[in-house]
Design a protein around this ligand. Structure first.
Ligand SMILES: [Ca+2]
Length: 260
């Protein structure tokens, strides 16, 4: 009898704990990523300037960014065949999708293998670094999706097969974070400081009209060396506030060393 009661007690307790764990999890998720639903990706490779290691027939590099899955770029058979796109400006790359060509035999489809997908701010060997690797082999018409580990701030995306092979893909889509809205949300910012964080104590150190751009590094100096404990950023009006890091620099107080 007692054992049954304990079992019921444990069951109910477990459910309650699970419930609160779930609620806490959702709340944490919401507070850590309040703008998670606002993140949108846009395709940024379509129609952009492209190049490739060699051209077979008339299947030039542009065919991989023309929006048509029936056209494809095609290199000669050679060592390390590659295709590259210049996005025209730096984007925060999140996802790269490759559509293998549709026409041909099984072997034609399988030519897509051992593929390095590299990205970089410029296309020098030093700057380009690996976003993803595809071992393959692919099949005709495959739709391959790759995510860079981080949102890479890059301008160039390159596909290169290791070894001697032919590279021919129908389309490459590059998805980037919608940049302008994100960076520009930082504007009309009051930077206040205070010994305590009551409204009476907090006073303005600096005001930033903005709007900022993604990745901006903003530096503000209070007019005086404020003796304060709290630093607060607040945007005027309805907005989302998201900054990557806040550094606060104080004077080294030499007097502390003298008082022993
Ligand atoms: Ca195409």
């Amino acid at each position: 009898m007692l054992s049954l009661m304990w079992q019921k007690f444990l069951m109910v307790t477990t459910r309650v704990v699970q419930y609160y764990a779930n609620v806490t999890g959702y709340l944490n998720y919401f507070f850590l990523f309040p703008n998670i639903k606002a993140i949108q990706l846009k395709e940024v490779a379509y129609g952009k300037l492209s190049s490739q290691s060699s051209v077979y027939g008339s299947d030039k590099s542009h065919n991989a960014v023309d929006g048509d899955l029936n056209t494809y770029m095609h290199t000669e058979q050679e060592l390390s065949p590659y295709w590259m796109v210049d996005l025209g400006q730096i984007y925060q790359i999140k996802r790269i999708e490759i559509f293998n060509r549709r026409q041909g035999t099984i072997l034609t489809g399988q030519r897509l293998h051992d593929l390095d997908i590299t990205v970089g701010r410029s296309h020098t060997i030093e700057e380009m670094h690996l976003c993803a690797y595809y071992a393959g082999p692919a099949q005709l018409g495959d739709h391959l999706v790759f995510e860079c580990q981080h949102a890479e701030k890059v301008r160039f995306v390159k596909l290169m097969i290791r070894g001697i092979e032919i590279l021919h893909v129908a389309e490459v889509n590059v998805y980037a974070l919608e940049d302008s809205r994100f960076g520009q949300r930082l504007h009309d910012l009051d930077i206040t400081v205070g010994r305590s964080h009551t409204i009476e104590e907090m006073h303005l150190c600096a005001y930033y009209a903005g709007p900022a751009q993604l990745g901006d590094h903003l530096v503000f100096e209070c007019q005086h060396a404020e003796k304060v404990r709290f630093v607060k950023l607040m945007i005027r009006g309805i907005e989302i506030l998201h900054v990557a890091e806040v550094n606060v620099y104080a004077l080294e107080d030499s007097r502390f060393g003298e008082i022993v």
